[in-house]
Design a protein around this ligand. Structure first.
Ligand code: FES
Length: 110
């Protein structure tokens, strides 16, 4: 797992959805109910930009066809049978970090 410091995080507890870069990967960073979450930036259904969506009850809602995904697990809403990638987020003394697994991490199941 490689951790990337995210510089463009809005200060305060105000909710937001924002597309950020973690290395070369685009990530959707979400602040919802004072907690940070990170998901893939593209919707697995048809590729919409998830940072243009909204959050309802710990679910991110795609702006195109309103599919929903759990912010913690990435599991799709009832009947969707899909999921979105999620990434760990750490708030450290010097800022916010997102962990992105390497190809090797995925193979060995880290
Ligand atoms: S592109 Fe996201 S639900 Fe269709």
């Amino acid at each position: 797992m490689k951790w990337f410091k995210i510089d463009e995080v809005p200060a305060g507890d105000k909710p937001f959805i924002k597309k950020v870069k973690a290395g070369s990967k685009s990530i959707c960073l979400v602040s919802f109910e004072s907690k940070l979450y990170a998901t893939a930036a593209r919707c697995p259904h048809a590729g919409a930009d998830m940072s243009e969506g909204l959050c309802v009850r710990r679910m991110i809602v795609c702006p195109y066809h309103r599919y929903t995904y759990n912010l913690e697990t990435g599991k799709g809403g009832e009947g969707q049978n899909d999921f979105i990638a999620t990434y760990p987020v750490e708030v450290r003394d010097d800022g916010v970090y997102i962990g992105v697994p390497s190809f090797w991490d995925k193979i060995v199941g880290k």
